[in-house]
Write a protein that binds this ligand. Structure first.
Ligand SMILES: [Zn+2]
Length: 321
C-alpha cells in the first residue's frame, strides 16, 4: 500500500511539473510579444532601448523588444507580424543614425491609420561622421543597410546613453502625461546610475597609459570620443563589412609598433578575424562588448547595460595599462 502511494505521489509531482513547464512555455512565447490593454505599449528596436524603456516605464509600460536574443542588430530585418504589432502600440523607439537599415520600409509599413508615436532616440547626440573609406563597409549594401557616413553606435558611451534615456522619458510623458511623475522619478534613478558610470569611465580611463584600442567592428566611436581613446577596427561599421588583406597587415603592423597587448572581440560576432590578427601579432584577446544585444546566457545571468559596461571598463583598463 505504502509503495503504491509513493508511486501515485510521484506521478502527481510529474504531472504538476509538466503543467508548470507548459505554462512557462506559453509565457515566454507569443503573449509577451503582443500589445496588451491597460498599459503603454512600447516597441523597441534593440536591447539598450528595451532596458531603458523598461526602467523608465515601470509598471505603467509593457515593453516589447523586436530583436530576438543573441541576434546582432545590423543583421536583422522585421517580419510583417512585427510591423502589424508595432502599429497597435503607443510608442516605437528606434536608435536612428543609420542603425536600423530596415527603418524606412518599417515606418511606411505601419500605415496611416496607426496612432503609434515613433521616436528617434539618438536625437540630440552630436553624431560622428565615419572615416570609413569607400570600398569597405557601406559600399556593399546587399543586406539593405544604408549606413551612409554616420556611426550609429551612440549608446556605447554613457554620455550619449544619458541623452537617450532623457528622450525615452520625454516620449513616455508625451503619450501618457497622467503618469508624468512616475516617469520622471524612475528616469532620475536611471540618470543617476548613468552619471555614476560616466564618472567611473572618466576617472579610470584618464589614468591609463595607452589610448589606442583594436576592436572587431567599428562600434566604439562614441566611447572613444567621450573618454579620450582611439579605435582601430578590423571590420567596418557593420560586422559583415569584411576587411581587405592589406588592412589586416596594416593593423598587425600597428599592433606591433604601438606595443598593443590585447585585441578586443565581441560575443555576437565571429572572433575568427580577431584570433587571426592576435596570433599573427602575438597578442592576447579580451571582450569589449558594444551592447547591441544579450546572448541567452547573458540574459539568464541577469546581465544588462550596466554590468556589461562595467566589464568593458575593467577590460579596457587591463588592455590600456
Ligand atoms: Zn554595430
Amino acid at each position: 500500500m505504502a509503495s503504491y502511494l509513493k508511486i501515485y505521489k510521484g506521478w502527481k509531482v510529474i504531472l504538476l511539473l509538466a503543467a508548470v513547464l507548459m505554462l512557462a512555455g506559453c509565457g515566454s512565447g507569443n503573449s509577451e510579444n503582443k500589445v496588451v490593454a491597460g498599459k503603454v505599449n512600447v516597441v523597441t528596436s534593440f536591447y539598450p532601448l528595451y532596458e531603458f524603456a523598461k526602467e523608465i516605464g515601470g509598471e505603467e509600460a509593457h515593453v516589447i523588444n523586436l530583436l530576438p536574443l543573441g541576434v546582432e542588430p545590423h543583421d536583422w530585418t522585421p517580419r510583417s507580424q512585427e510591423i502589424l504589432n508595432t502599429s497597435k502600440a503607443q510608442l516605437f523607439l528606434y536608435n536612428g543614425a543609420g542603425l536600423e537599415g530596415w527603418l524606412d520600409s518599417f515606418l511606411k509599413g505601419l500605415g496611416n491609420d496607426s496612432k503609434v508615436k515613433t521616436v528617434e532616440v539618438s536625437q540630440g547626440i552630436a553624431l560622428i561622421a565615419s572615416d570609413e573609406e569607400d570600398g569597405h563597409g557601406h559600399a556593399e549594401n546587399d543586406h539593405g543597410h544604408d549606413h551612409g557616413h554616420i556611426d550609429p553606435h551612440t549608446w556605447v558611451s554613457p554620455k550619449s546613453a544619458m541623452i537617450m534615456a532623457e528622450n525615452i522619458k520625454n516620449s513616455y510623458v508625451e503619450v501618457d502625461p497622467a503618469h508624468r511623475e512616475q516617469y520622471e522619478a524612475r528616469y532620475e534613478q536611471l540618470h543617476a546610475r548613468l552619471q555614476q558610470l560616466d564618472a567611473k569611465f572618466t576617472e579610470e580611463l584618464t589614468k591609463t597609459n595607452r589610448k589606442e584600442i583594436v576592436v572587431s567592428h567599428q562600434s566604439f566611436g562614441y566611447l572613444c570620443r567621450d573618454y579620450g581613446l582611439t579605435q582601430h577596427s578590423i571590420m567596418g561599421l557593420t560586422p559583415e563589412a569584411e576587411p581587405k588583406a592589406q588592412d589586416l597587415i596594416n593593423l598587425s603592423k600597428l599592433v606591433k609598433e604601438q606595443g598593443i597587448q590585447y585585441i578586443f572581440f565581441e560575443e555576437l560576432v565571429s572572433d575568427k578575424l580577431v584570433n587571426t590578427l592576435a596570433s599573427e601579432a602575438g597578442v592576447k584577446t579580451l571582450v569589449l562588448n558594444p551592447v547591441e544585444g544579450l546572448t541567452k546566457q547573458q540574459e539568464q545571468a541577469g546581465e544588462n547595460y550596466f554590468t556589461l559596461m562595467e566589464k568593458n571598463l575593467q577590460n579596457l583598463v587591463i588592455a590600456l595599462q
